[in-house]
Write a protein that binds this ligand. Structure first.
Ligand SMILES: C[S@@+](CC[C@H](N)C(=O)[O-])C[C@H]1O[C@@H](n2cnc3c(N)ncnc32)[C@H](O)[C@@H]1O
Length: 235
């Protein structure tokens, strides 16, 4: 069953009770932790994820992206890069009941029934080869990536690290995608570099940036969605 979206997704109210939950700062708790807790308690997507049994509020981002682009098909083989704690895996399993779902993350997570989950760093040689080994015929119809490198607070370095992850994801997608396949990945810090966009436009029929409603307005994240893979073409 497709996930129901939270009723008051634009508001700042706790959806289960219609009240804003105020978090008092406690001795020993950092202001940033109090703010985080307050945001979590008042976030309708967090409440809806808990109610609907999703591992993360991120589940709604993939739901909204796929509602718009419809790349998750019943029989799709899906690879989820940076899959922990597993919200996207759950959505992929719901939407691709006759397909295959394989995920990888640095962090080990509780199993998600129906999905193959590997622990590994996509930057390490061999980790994505291992993922590929689990795919039927070594091919995928969809590659999705919600990976984000932890910020070190130096924007130029953060940008390089984010771009490196996107390139790894795209290299892998171009290797395993079937014709017509789709690639969706989180991008940060003002979007995608021109060179990457040129490459995407060469190899995919359509390339779009999207900010799903579930993505926090104050976050610089957006998602790149490329559909209609045409095969890797040289420049
Ligand atoms: C925002 S979370 C993903 C949330 C997920 N889409 C969900 O719905 O639950 C980003 C994940 O990317 C993972 N990640 C970051 N860098 C990675 C890397 N080099 N290799 C594998 N996973 C990575 C992090 O460990 C983190 O769990």
């Amino acid at each position: 069953m497709p996930p129901r979206k939270p009723a008051n997704k634009g508001g700042n109210k706790n959806s289960s009770r219609g009240l804003t939950v105020r978090v008092k700062s406690a001795r020993g708790r950092k202001i940033s932790s109090t703010k985080w807790l307050s945001r979590q308690l008042n976030d309708p997507y967090v409440t809806a994820a808990q109610k609907q049994g999703y591992r993360s509020r991120a589940a709604f981002k993939l739901t909204e992206i796929d509602d718009k682009f419809r790349f998750l098909k019943k029989t799709s083989r899906v690879v989820d890069l940076g899959c922990a704690p597993g919200g996207w895996l759950q959505v992929a399993l719901e939407r691709c009941p006759k397909g295959q779902v394989v995920g990888i993350d640095l962090t080990e997570i509780e199993p998600v029934q129906g999905a193959t989950i590997l622990v590994g760093d996509v930057r390490e040689p061999g980790s994505l080869e291992e993922v590929r080994g689990y795919l039927d015929n070594g091919q995928a119809d969809v590659v999705i990536s919600d990976m984000a490198a932890a910020s070190i607070g130096h924007s130029a370095t953060d940008h390089v690290r984010v771009m490196a992850l996107i390139e790894i994801a795209l290299d892998f997608a171009e290797e395993v995608l079937t014709e017509g396949g789709a690639f969706a990945a989180k991008v940060l810090l003002g979007g995608t570099e021109n060179q990457l966009l040129v490459r995407l436009k060469r190899n995919f029929k359509t390339v779009k940036h999207v900010k799903p409603p579930a993505s926090r307005a104050d976050s610089s994240e957006q998602y790149l969605v490329a559909t209609g893979f045409r095969g890797r073409r040289e420049a």
